[in-house]
Design a protein around this ligand. Structure first.
Ligand code: SAH
Ligand code: SF4
Ligand code: F3S
Length: 450
């Protein structure tokens, strides 16, 4: 059977989608290749959130096409995911070597489309329509990684799309409107994962706090999202539950209280704030104020003092004044986030912000980016240092990405800890004494029980 190479750009949703596509391919007998130039099928799962992400995938595809086509005339080249959705056939016009363009509601048809092209039944496929029920189509997992090692943690896609329409963001156009899977369906997938050795699940969606708003609704004062967390919490064998990405407006009392009630819900949260200025938040159409955001952080820290909080921030949104940028800096210092992704604003086609005048000069965006980043690093380093001397429990995920000789795991608050250990620790909850901190990494020694 032919071999398939998949490269993934963008967010965890895309990683999850690629994993499901790989699992479907393997189930049909395809093998997975690690070198695109040796593969029979090359799929790039793309991201459109910033221009750089699109350019990377386009560059990679033209490189692969120029190298591979001369060696393997019949190789199949395809784009999947968000850029495939938002650009469609235009991608084939630009890169005529491309055979497949598969949108975000069509991942589960990838195997069939590859088959059609390989058999010569058709030579170009552009499949980017909406498809009812597609939110439940991403369910298969490739549970044994390339090394054959078992996965201890797993992503579970709970919903697709976003209705928030932040003025800078392309996601509502690439992922469509919010559509949620049923609680039973998600619980079934989680139970299956547990049977394969998974102990931690991360519930995924573009705006998970809006999960099931329309389909399930509020029951006994609990949002559908909290109902889902409770249902997953009841599954024996799951030790830890995480989710990403939430929206600040989804942190009602019910979710805050859930942190107090549900011990498996890890004390970590990635809550994108984007800006610390109220006028800017309004122009971004974020739907909350600085004060409301600070109130959420305060409440979460009240319920779980050790909670690790990270965020996303955009610098250089059109018209961002010095004062507005300073408001973001001051919010950052006030919250003392553990870490943040700082993004330079990138104009996205057809978004409301693209129409705004006063796009900022690149040098100013660069300058603000560097300034905020240095704050992120400084605050991160001092927060990480406070863990030295403490004992923290990690779920061991496998060899350290930085040093294969050592193992690494994550604390409940989502910090990576590297330690000396062997494969036998994989999948175990291990207590570590933290002895040192590096850049956004902790180092520890296993606690020896006497
Ligand atoms: N659904 C997630 C965000 C997905 S995009 C959420 O709402 O949290 C991930 C991050 O990319 C966003 O949080 C934002 O900080 C950044 N981003 C989105 N559009 C962008 C743009 N046009 N330019 C720069 N960064 C952007
Ligand atoms: Fe984009 Fe806003 Fe939706 Fe997040 S909440 S995906 S930033 S539109
Ligand atoms: Fe990118 Fe699509 Fe994710 S645009 S950030 S891959 S949802």
């Amino acid at each position: 059977m032919p071999s398939v190479y998949i490269k993934t750009y963008g967010c965890q949703m895309n990683e999850r989608d690629s994993d499901a596509v790989a699992a479907q391919l393997v189930a049909k007998g395809y093998s997975m290749a690690s070198d695109p130039l040796k593969a029979d099928v090359v799929l790039l799962n793309t991201c459109s959130v910033r221009d750089a992400a699109e350019q990377k995938a386009i560059g990679k595809m033209s490189h692969v096409a120029s190298q591979l086509r001369s060696r393997k005339k019949n190789a199949v080249l395809g784009f999947m995911g968000c850029m495939a959705q938002s650009r469609g056939k235009e991608l084939i016009d630009k890169l005529p070597d491309v055979d497949l363009v598969i949108g975000t509601q069509k991942f589960h048809h990838t195997v069939d489309h590859i088959g059609e092209v390989l058999s010569g039944k058709t030579n170009k496929v552009v499949d980017v329509e909406e498809e009812e029920g597609s939110e439940a189509a991403v369910r298969e997992h490739l549970l044994d990684g390339a090394s054959g090692a078992k996965s201890i943690t797993s992503f579970v896609s709970i919903m697709q799309g976003c209705n928030q329409f932040c003025t800078f963001c392309i996601v509502p156009y690439t992922r469509g409107r919010e559509r949620s899977r049923s609680i039973e369906d998600i619980v079934g997938e989680c139970k299956n994962l547990v049977d394969h050795g998974v102990r931690e699940v991360t519930l995924l969606g573009q705006i998970v706090t809006s999960y099931g708003r329309r389909e399930i609704g509020i029951k006994d004062g609990k949002s559908a999202f909290v109902q889902l967390i409770e249902a997953v919490h009841q599954i024996d064998g799951i030790d830890r539950i995480r989710f990403t990405s939430p929206h600040p407006k989804g942190y009602g009392e019910d979710l805050v209280q859930a942190y107090g009630r549900l011990p498996k819900l890890c004390e970590s949260a990635h809550i994108p704030v984007q800006s610390g200025s109220n006028s800017m938040l309004k122009r971004m159409h974020r739907g909350y104020t600085r004060e409301r955001f600070l109130d959420i952080i305060h409440k979460l820290r009240e319920v779980r003092p050790d909670i690790g909080i990270t965020t996303d921030i955009i610098v250089g949104f059109p018209g961002e004044s010095e004062e507005e940028f300073e408001a973001t800096l001051s919010l950052y210092r006030e919250v003392e986030f553990d870490n943040a992704f700082v993004f330079k604003y990138s104009t996205r086609r057809n978004t409301p912000a693209a129409e705004l005048e006063q796009q900022l000069p690149t040098e100013l965006i660069e300058e603000r980016h560097a300034k905020l980043l240095s704050e992120v690093n400084q605050i991160g380093a001092s927060r990480y240092e406070t863990y030295i001397g403490k004992t923290m429990q990690v779920l061991v995920e496998g060899p350290s990405r930085r040093n294969k000789e050592r193992m690494e795991g994550r604390t409940r608050c989502n910090r990576i800890v590297v330690f000396d250990g062997s494969e036998r620790f994989r999948g175990q909850l291990v207590d570590l004494n933290i002895i040192r901190s590096g850049s956004f990494t902790l180092y520890g020694d296993p606690v020896i029980l006497k």
